[in-house]
Design a protein around this ligand. Structure first.
Ligand code: G16
Length: 559
C-alpha cells in the first residue's frame, strides 16, 4: 500500500511541474541554474532528489539552497548540500541530470524506481528523511521554495524544514551542525562568529593593535543577503567598525548589478555606492548569496579604478598566518615540549594568478590544482590536516581535520599550568583553534572569511598596502564568449587544455607563444551560457590582446 502511495505521489508531483519542451537542465558547476521563472520543474525534482539522498543516508539532514549566487537577479538556481555540509556527492550528479530532464511523469517514476533499486534505497517503508531549505533574496525565491517543498513531500516519510532567507554558507553550516548534533540555529551561527572573532582579537599582541583606520571596513553587500545578515550582527562585533553599502535595503540598488564580488573582481572598478571619499579605506565585496569574498581599495579620487585583493591574495594571507602559527608551535622552546605534525595543503584552480602560485611555492608550500568549482576544491582540501583553498573569484575556506584539532586541543590542555600558558606556543595553538571555529568548515563563507581576514590583519599589524605588496599580480583578462553550444568544448588537465574541438588547443598555443609569461585557457561556464576565456601576460595590453585573439578563435570555431 505504501508503495502504491509512493508511486501515486511521484506521478502526481511530476504532472504538476511538467518540463517545458526544449528545456534542458544540467547540474553544472554549482547545481541547476537558469532564468528563475523556468526553474520550477528542476527545483521540484531537486526536492525529490534531496529527500532520496536523506533516505539513503539513514535520515541524516540534507540541504537545499535556492540561489543563483552571482548571476543577475532574473536568474535562479538550486544546489544540494550533503550531510557534512559540503556539496552533494558527485556520483549522484548523473541521476540529478536525468531526473531534472525526465520528459513526463511516467519516465520520472521509472527513473526513480530504477535508481532506488540500484542504490538500495528503502522507499515506501518506515524510513524518515529531512531536508533543510534556505533561499536568497531573489523575487522568484518563494515560488521556487514551494516547488521544492512539493518535491520533498512527494517522498513518503520526508520532512521539510524551511529556514527562510539565509546566506548559502549559513545553510551549509546548519546542515553540518545539525548532523553533528550541535546547536544549529541562525543565532548559534552568529554566536560562533562573534565569539571566535573576539577570541582572535584577544590574541592580538598588544603592540600590534592599530589605529582607527585599521579597524574601519566598508562592505559591499551586492544588494543581497550577506549585507542584511551583517547589519544584524555588526554591533556585536567588537574591535571593528563595519559600514555596509549595497545592503539590499529597498532603493539601494539591484542584486549583483554594478556591485558585488563578481563585478569588482572581473571589472576592477568601484561598485555602485562608493565614491572618491572612500579612497584609501579597506573595502570588502560579497556576492549575492555571500559565498564569495574579495577585498579592494578605491585607488584614486579621479578615476573609478580599484586595487583588488582577490581570492588568491586572501588565500596567501591565510596560508602565511597558518604557517606562522605552526612554526611558532613547532620551533618554540616552551616548557611543554610538544610539536604538531600537520600536512598543510593549498588548493587552487587554473584561474589562480601565476604570481600567487609562485609566491606560495616559494614559501615551500604544497600547491595542487583542481577544475573550477567549490565541489572539487573542498574535496581536495579535505585530504590534508589543514587544507586551504580559494578560487580567484573569492570562493574559499580553510578546513581542519578532526585529528589535527584533537592534537591541538591536547596541546592546549598540556599548557594548563600557569607557567606555560603565557607562552608563545600556547597562544599560537589558541589562535589556530579560534580560527578553526571562526572560519566555516562546510563551505567558503564571505562573512566568516572577512572576519578572519580582519583578525589576521590586526594580528600582523598590517595595512591594506602591506597585504597588496605580498606579491604583484601578473596582468590578466577574462572574457565571455557566446556560442551556439558551449558543451562542444571539452577540457582536460584541470581545465588548462582543450581536447575538443581538436584544433583549438593548437590555436591557443600559437597565440600564447607570442607573449612573455603568456598563459591562456578556455572552458565552458557551468553557471552561465558562455565560454570563458582567461589570459595572463607580463603587460595588461598583452593579456587583453591574448584574450581577445583566443576569444575570436572560439567564436570562429563555435559560432
Ligand atoms: C559557482 C561555483 C564556483 C565557481 C563559479 C563560476 O559560484 O560555486 O566554484 O567558481 O560558480 O563557475 P563557472 O565558471 O563554471 O561559471 P557561484 O558564486 O556562482 O555559486
Amino acid at each position: 500500500e505504501q508503495e502504491q502511495e509512493q508511486r501515486r505521489r511521484l506521478l502526481d508531483v511530476a504532472s504538476r511541474f511538467p518540463l517545458p519542451s526544449g528545456c534542458r537542465f544540467s547540474y553544472g558547476t554549482a547545481g541547476f541554474r537558469a532564468y528563475g521563472a523556468t526553474m520550477a520543474p528542476a527545483v521540484c525534482r531537486a526536492g525529490i532528489l534531496a529527500a532520496l539522498r536523506s533516505v539513503k543516508l539513514a535520515g541524516a539532514a540534507v540541504g537545499i539552497v535556492i540561489t543563483a549566487s552571482h548571476n543577475p537577479v532574473g536568474d535562479n538556481g538550486v544546489k544540494i548540500a550533503d550531510p557534512d555540509g559540503g556539496m552533494m556527492a558527485q556520483h549522484w550528479e548523473p541521476f540529478a541530470d536525468a531526473l531534472a530532464n525526465a520528459p513526463d511523469p511516467d519516465a520520472l517514476l521509472q527513473l526513480v524506481l530504477q535508481f532506488v533499486k540500484n542504490e538500495g534505497i528503502p522507499l515506501g517503508g518506515h524510513h524518515t528523511a529531512q531536508v533543510l531549505l534556505g533561499r536568497d533574496t531573489r523575487p522568484t525565491g518563494e515560488y521556487l521554495l514551494d516547488a521544492a517543498l512539493q518535491g520533498i513531500n512527494a517522498i513518503v516519510g520526508a520532512h521539510a524544514i524551511d529556514l527562510g532567507i539565509l546566506t548559502t554558507p549559513q545553510l551549509h553550516w546548519m546542515v553540518r551542525s545539525k548532523n553533528k548534533g550541535i546547536k544549529a540555529s541562525e543565532s548559534d551561527y552568529f554566536t560562533q562568529l562573534i565569539d571566535s572573532f573576539r577570541r582572535m582579537l584577544e590574541l592580538v599582541p598588544k603592540d600590534k593593535s592599530g589605529d582607527e583606520l585599521a579597524k574601519k571596513l566598508i562592505v559591499d553587500g551586492a544588494n543581497g543577503i550577506g549585507g542584511v545578515k551583517l547589519e544584524q550582527i555588526k554591533a556585536k562585533l567588537s574591535g571593528i567598525d563595519i559600514n555596509v553599502r549595497n545592503s539590499g535595503k529597498e532603493g539601494e540598488g539591484i542584486l549583483n548589478h554594478m556591485c558585488g564580488a563578481d563585478f569588482v573582481q572581473k571589472e576592477r572598478v568601484t561598485p555602485h555606492g562608493f565614491s572618491p571619499e572612500d579612497v584609501g579605506v579597506r573595502c570588502a565585496s560579497l556576492d549575492g548569496d555571500a559565498d564569495r569574498l574579495v577585498y579592494f581599495r578605491v585607488s584614486s579620487p579621479s578615476d573609478n579604478k580599484v586595487d583588488l585583493v582577490d581570492g588568491d591574495k586572501i588565500l596567501s594571507l591565510f596560508a602565511l598566518f597558518i604557517r606562522e602559527q605552526l612554526d611558532i608551535i613547532n620551533n618554540n622552546g616552551s616548557q611543554v615540549n610538544k610539536s604538531l605534525s600537520a600536512r598543510l595543503g593549498i588548493v587552487q584552480t587554473a584561474y589562480a594568478n601565476g604570481a600567487s602560485t609562485q609566491f606560495l611555492k616559494n614559501l615551500g608550500l604544497e600547491v595542487v590544482f583542481t577544475p573550477t568549482g567549490v565541489k572539487y576544491l573542498h574535496k581536495k582540501a579535505l585530504e590534508y590536516d589543514i587544507g586551504i583553498y580559494f578560487e580567484a573569484n573569492g570562493h574559499g575556506t580553510i578546513v581542519f581535520s578532526e585529528d589535527f584539532l584533537s592534537q591541538l586541543e591536547s596541546l592546549i590542555n598540556d599548557h594548563s599550568s600557569e607557567a606555560a600558558n603565557g607562552s608563545a606556543q600556547y597562544h599560537a595553538a589558541m589562535r589556530l583553534m579560534a580560527a578553526s571555529q571562526l572560519i566555516n568548515q562546510a563551505v567558503g563563507d564571505a562573512l566568516s572569511g572577512s572576519l578572519l581576514v580582519e583578525a589576521i590583519l590586526q594580528y600582523k599589524g598590517w595595512s591594506f598596502q602591506n597585504w597588496c605588496e605580498l606579491y604583484c599580480d601578473l596582468p590578466s583578462r577574462q572574457l565571455k564568449v557566446k556560442v551556439i553550444d558551449r558543451s562542444s568544448i571539452v577540457t582536460t588537465d584541470a581545465e588548462t587544455k582543450v581536447s575538443q574541438p581538436s584544433n583549438l588547443q593548437e590555436l591557443i598555443d600559437k597565440e600564447t607563444a607570442n607573449y612573455t609569461h603568456g598563459r591562456c585557457f578556455v572552458r565552458p561556464s557551468g553557471t552561465e551560457d558562455v565560454v570563458r576565456v582567461y589570459a595572463e601576460a607580463s603587460m595588461q595590453v598583452e593579456a587583453d590582446s591574448l584574450a581577445r585573439s583566443v576569444a575570436q578563435h572560439v567564436e570562429h570555431l563555435l559560432g
